[in-house]
Design a protein around this ligand. Structure first.
Ligand SMILES: [Zn+2]
Ligand SMILES: [Zn+2]
Length: 446
């Protein structure tokens, strides 16, 4: 999953915190506030927010002459108002799918109050439709769904035909996953080596994990205090020497590396057997306590899951360095901390470095420019798309690499999205949703 939970759309219905406020004052105050403390201005408003109300006699501004003669959709909103955030991924999709057919412009009227004034809007978000000659055809106030926007264009007599560029997606696996449940890691979906299997006993049944590492990721995804407190005691590891299950807390561990320099953890019931393996395979001995300390040392700055730095996206926030356990989580750090970030992540196919910077909740720089994201998702009964978890999210330097990677992963399902869409999905999360991101129960258990 995107490291996130589902987006509850109840926000629109909340009457409780209607933020209709004296317009101009708020715009100016908000602009100042933005500079001083961006985190403070979480818009409370679940309904459209009052915007600048210029002199009623002032006519709405004509759009500036478009560069190319294209129909133009201007959305006036703010990064922090909830319906505006819900508009962001829609605008990104329209931008991508109708390149060369429709110009899509977003203006943040809190960051840029003059622009808001010029259009003479009353609330945010407001969408204004212009024809190719720059004549205003229609304006809509509040959240406007993608289908409704496209239907409105049609009604206004502007036809785009089928979208130029349908984003690549695969919603049904090319091959079914035929592995038996006990051969699949609950956390990473990887194959379970019977010599490193971990079993977490829960009252809903046993959860099978591929390694102590995936156990600690699961552990950091739990939310129930009672479950967390007893989790280690309920966990069995496999004795590398005999293949027998044993209590994790009593085991001896040999920490090493595989041929690809990835950390490995082998468990032993017998210390002498662990030492013997160490002499032939190398590594360091550890008990459960020291293993736990090492495994929990690096945490995702978005979802708080344990991760290995070699697997994680690097996130820079001001002068600090943090980790995102997957590329989507890395983007989520901007939402959780309400700060601009720089993300470095490897192309999932080639390992090439992809780098991006956000400014004011938008993607400001992308290296290379062709970077795309794969949102691992699957269809639930009823048709709703849900994320398939942190291990199924990826960035690529270009669409070609993404398509090759999808070919190589016949069970992968999801869709190609822009980095802007991926960021927008994160920025619209509420603090409550962020606190539950990637937690067990939000990530669909199998
Ligand atoms: Zn695993
Ligand atoms: Zn994460």
């Amino acid at each position: 999953m995107y490291g996130t939970g589902e987006i509850k759309k109840t926000g629109m219905g909340f009457g409780a915190k209607i933020g209709i406020v004296a317009a101009l004052l708020v715009v100016v105050a908000a602009a100042l506030f933005v500079k001083n403390n961006r985190a403070e201005i979480k818009a409370e408003a679940a309904s459209p927010v009052a915007a600048a109300t210029p002199d009623a006699k002032q006519p709405p501004a004509q759009a500036e002459t478009p560069k190319a003669a294209l129909p133009r959709l201007v959305d006036l909103g703010a990064g922090k108002c909830i319906p505006c955030k819900m508009m962001a991924p829609i605008l990104e999709e329209l931008k991508m799918e109708y390149t060369g057919k429709m110009e899509v412009v977003f203006i943040d009227v809190w960051e840029n109050p003059d622009a808001g004034m010029k259009y003479g809007i009353n609330i945010i978000p407001t969408q204004i439709f212009y024809d190719a000659a720059g004549k205003e055809l229609f304006r809509h106030e509040g959240f406007f769904a993608k289908e409704d926007i496209l239907a409105k264009w049609k009604e206004l007599g502007v036809e785009f035909g089928a979208s130029e560029k349908q984003a690549f997606s695969r919603l049904e696996p090319a091959q079914p996953d035929t592995r038996p449940v006990e051969a699949i890691c609950y956390m990473c979906d990887g194959d379970v080596n019977p010599k490193t299997r971990v079993m977490l006993k829960t009252n809903k049944g046993d959860v099978c994990l591929c390694s102590p590492h995936c156990y600690f990721i699961t552990y950091t995804s739990l939310t129930d205090k009672v479950e967390i407190a007893s989790s280690h005691e309920r966990t069995q590891v496999t004795d590398w020497a005999t293949g027998q299950p044993m209590a994790a807390v009593n085991a001896h561990f040999l920490l090493g590396q595989d041929e690809r320099h990835r950390p490995t953890v082998k468990a032993f019931a017998d210390k002498a057997a662990a030492e013997k393996e160490m002499h032939s395979a190398g590594g360091n001995l550890s008990d459960w306590k020291a293993l736990e300390e090492k495994e929990l040392a690096n945490r995702c700055a978005f979802c708080d899951r344990a991760n290995y730095p070699e697997d994680a996206a690097r996130v820079k926030v001001e002068s600090l360095s943090a980790w995102g356990c997957c590329p989507m989580c890395a983007l989520g750090v901007a939402a959780r901390l309400q700060k601009d970030i720089t993300v470095e992540q490897r192309d999932a196919l080639t390992g090439e470095i992809v780098r991006l910077t956000t400014i004011n909740d938008s993607v400001a720089a992308l290296e290379p420019k062709t970077v795309v994201a794969w949102a691992g998702q699957k269809k639930y009964p009823g048709g709703k798309m849900v994320s398939t978890g942190c291990f199924k999210q990826a960035f690529f330097v270009n669409e070609d690499n993404l398509r090759k990677w999808v070919e190589l992963h016949p069970t992968a399902t999801g869709k190609q999205i822009t980095i802007g869409q991926a960021l927008a999905e994160k920025m619209k999360l509420t603090p409550e949703q962020i606190s539950m991101a990637c937690k067990i129960g939000e990530c669909a258990p199998r």
